[in-house]
Design a protein around this ligand. Sequence first.
Ligand code: PLP
Length: 402
Amino acid sequence: MTALRALRSTTRAVRAGIGSDRTTGAVMPPITLSATYAFAGFNRPGAYEYSRTRNPTRDQLGETIAALEGGAGAVVTSSGMSAVALVLHLLSPGDRLLAQHDGYGGTYRLLRHYAEKGWIDVDFVDFCDPAALGEALARRPAWVWIESPSNPLLRIYDLARLAALSHAHGAQVAVDNTFLSPALQQPIALGADLVIHSTTKYLNGHSDVVGGAVVAKDPALLERLAGLANAVGLTGAPFDSYLTLRGLRTLSARMRVHEENAHSVAAFLAEHPSVARVHYPGLADHPGHEIAKRQQAGYGGMVSFELHPRPGAVERFVQGLACFTLAESLGGVESLIAHPATMTHAAMDEEARARAGITSELLRLSVGLEDVRDLLDDLEQALDRVGWEDATEVKREAAGVI
Ligand code: PLP
């Protein structure tokens, strides 16, 4: 672990566990699938007792993610949502949690569920509204939950500023870093107490595992989380951990190409008359561009955009795409397209979606590692199906030209 931390981030991911097998000299660390482990003798358990509690393959993944995020350690969970649920287990009845109003729909649904049961109090607030944020912090939340970039609108929040403000009000800070991965953002260095991941996304990177992780800055908090994950049974499966570690080795190389392709896609869409608005923090006119430049090591592979509102335009665009699969999830090698209002954020009611700015015309792209020329051709053909000549008029009309 210490040796791993002496290395640079990209090397950490590649070298984690290499040559650690003492039995066969296997270069790649072997997978340990056993559910249980023999005691050395009566009342003498070894380092491992039972795989729900600890498993060598899962430990290896947790250590690697923690080393990449700069945390004391990590608990690897069975999904991103079980990572979210694990953190919520830290709260006591009556504790308050403050979250932004435009985060991932599944997190919103779970927070609403906990609040409706009366287990905790939850405030959803526009973090861009200083007065609303100030009022919410004055209600003394125990935890502040931040997602930056946000899903799906890619809004950027100033993590260092929000963490300092939250701490000053006595709150701890959890940051969902799923959209960027530690290759592009390390929230603990910016003041976060916990980092949450859906490892389903960029960390695994191949859309063949559902998993999650919670990284803690502080060893005492890590110990509490590990105890809760064992007690509730939220820990991840060894085989999933093995695959995720395998995927994670190429994280920084993948992120470079994701970003390169996403940048080209965002620039192309921004120029197209059928597109009303593009959300990509790498574009100079994105409202969060300057903060992203400061707090991120790159802008990532996610791009959202809105078509001009015209009947059937979204369906026409999505149907027949060859290189973007209409599917939930993100962060895999393959490009995906999602319609947040009917997919990832369907769990939000219409009013909450409207408040968050998630329109029916919004589409979210997870830009993959294909040849970007194929991606651009595919998008262009789809935009042709929408009918860009009409859209030119829509744009002109909007600009008051005709
Ligand atoms: N957090 C974010 C930002 C997500 O986008 C998702 C899923 O899309 C999750 C958490 C939940 O992760 P999982 O689907 O692995 O449970």
